[in-house]
Design a protein around this ligand. Structure first.
Ligand code: NAD
Length: 355
C-alpha cells in the first residue's frame, strides 16, 4: 500500500527524532511492501522564522491532504518572548483544531528493562504496567465560556465546563473500542459526586457499556484515580476521561514510567487521519547534539501504523524492535544513568537492525 505522511519536524530536537522515525518507517516499508511518501511542512518556531507565523494555511492544507501526520516538537528560547498568539506552541492547538482531533491517546507503559527509572517502589511495579489514557481533547472546561468580572468580593474570574451527549458518546466509543483491542478493561474517570457534567458523562458511559458486553467497565472518581495511579498502576488498562482530568492524569501516568523520552501519543478525529507525536517537548538543551532519545517518536510512528493504517503486524514489529534493543541493554543518555549511551542515530540503527 501507498501512504502519504505529512512531516512536521518542528524545532529543537524535532528534526532529529522525526528523521529517526522516518528511517524506521522506511525499513518497515521495505520489509512489508509498503510505500511511505513523506512531505515536510514547517510548524512552530521554524514557521515563525520563515513566514512570521507559527502555523500557515499551507501546513494545515498539507496535513489535511495527507493520510496522517507525524510531529516532532515545537518551541524554544528563541521564541519565548513573543506574545501568546505568536508562540510556537499556539500552532499545536491550531493544527489539532484544524484537523478536528477530539481524542488524545496516551499510552504509559513501564518497560521491564527500564524498571529502575520508575520513581515508584519496586514492589508496587513488580508486574510493570501498561495503561492507555483516552482523553477528550476539544471540549470541557478548556473550551467553555470564561471571563473576568466584578463580583461580590471584587475582581473575579470564571471558567465553565460543558459536555454534550454527542461529545461524550464519541469519546466513549473510542475508549470502548480501544479496550476491546487491549485487555478489555475500561475505567471511566469523573467527579460525579460533585459535577453535573460528570453525572451526564457517567450516565452515558453506562448506557454505552451495554453495547460492549465484552468490555469490563467501571467508574472511578478523579481524586481516587490520582491516588490509585501511584498505589497500584497495574490495575488500569484503558482510562477514559474529560479534557482537564485527562491532561492532569496523563502527565501523572507519564511521570511514573520515569522516562519522558519513551512516551508516544496519538490525536484522532472521526476519520483515520491522526496526529502522532512524542509527549515531550523540543528539548532545546540537547538539540543538534545527537543526544535525543528518538523512541517516543518511533513509537508514535508505530501508533500511526496501527490507528491510522490498521497495520497491526508492522506496528508490533516496531514495538518488538524497541523492546529488543532495550532488553539488549542499549540506552540513550536520558535513560543510561551515566552509563554508556548511544546517540540518536545509533540507537535508531539498532532498532532498524531488529525489525
Ligand atoms: P522538554 O520536554 O522539551 O524537556 C524537558 C527535559 O527532558 C529536558 O532536560 C530535555 O533535555 C529532556 N528531554 C525531553 N525529551 C527528550 C528526549 N527525547 N530525549 C532526551 N531527553 C529529552 O520540556 P521543556 O524543557 O519544558 O520545554 C522545552 C520547549 O518545548 C519549550 O519551548 C516548550 O514550550 C516546548 N514544548 C513543546 C511541546 C510539544 O511540542 N508538544 C511539549 C512540551 C513542551
Amino acid at each position: 500500500m501507498n501512504y502519504n505522511i505529512a512531516l512536521l519536524r518542528g524545532d529543537g530536537i524535532g528534526p532529529e527524532i522525526v528523521d529517526s522515525a522516518v528511517r524506521v518507517l522506511e525499513k518497515i516499508g521495505e520489509k512489508y511492501g509498503h510505500t511511505f511518501n513523506f512531505t515536510p511542512y514547517l510548524i512552530g518556531g521554524a514557521s515563525l522564522d520563515e513566514y512570521g507565523i507559527p502555523l500557515t494555511q499551507e501546513t494545515i492544507d498539507g496535513c489535511l491532504a495527507s493520510d496522517s501526520v507525524l510531529l516532532g516538537a515545537v518551541g524554544g528560547p528563541k521564541w519565548d518572548t513573543l506574545p501568546g498568539n505568536m508562540r510556537p506552541e499556539k500552532a499545536l492547538l491550531g493544527i489539532r483544531a484544524a484537523m478536528g482531533l477530539f481524542t488524545n491517546l496516551r499510552p504509559a507503559k513501564l518497560y521491564p528493562a527500564l524498571k529502575g527509572d520508575c520513581p515508584l517502589r519496586e514492589d508496587i511495579v513488580a508486574n510493570g504496567f501498561d495503561i492507555m489514557i483516552v482523553r477528550e481533547l476539544t471540549g470541557g472546561i478548556y473550551f467553555g465560556e470564561r471571563g473576568m468580572r466584578e463580583g461580590k468580593y471584587g475582581e473575579e474570574a470564571y471558567d465553565t465546563e460543558c459536555y454534550s451527549r454527542m461529545e461524550i458518546e464519541r469519546i466513549a466509543k473510542v475508549a470502548f473500542e480501544t479496550a476491546r483491542k487491549r485487555r478489555g478493561k475500561l475505567i471511566s474517570i469523573d467527579k460525579a459526586n460533585v459535577l453535573d457534567t460528570s453525572r451526564l458523562w457517567r450516565k452515558i458511559v453506562h448506557e454505552m457499556a451495554e453495547q460492549y458486553p465484552d468490555v469490563e467497565c467501571s467508574d472511578m472518581l478523579v481524586d481516587n484515580a490520582a491516588m490509585q495511579l501511584v498505589r497500584n498502576p497495574a490495575q488500569f488498562d484503558v482510562i477514559v476521561t474529560s479534557n482537564m482530568f485527562g491532561d492532569i492524569l496523563s502527565d501523572e501516568a507519564s511521570q511514573i514510567t520515569g522516562s519522558i523520552g519513551m512516551l508516544a501519543s496519538a490525536s484522532l478525529g472521526d476519520n483515520t487521519r491522526g496526529l502522532y507525536e512524542p509527549i515531550h517537548g523540543s528539548a532545546p538543551d540537547i538539540a543538534g547534539q545527537n543526544k535525543a532519545n528518538p523512541i517516543a517518536t518511533i513509537l508514535s510512528a508505530a501508533m500511526m501504523l496501527l490507528y491510522s493504517f490498521g497495520l497491526t503486524k508492522e506496528s508490533d514489529a516496531i514495538i518488538g524492535a524497541v523492546d529488543a534493543v532495550l532488553n539488549a541493554g542499549y540506552r540513550t543518555a536520558d535513560i543510561a544513568h551515566g552509563g554508556e549511551a548511544l546517540g540518536t542515530v545509533e540507537i535508531t540503527d539498532k532498532i532498524i537492525e531488529n525489525i
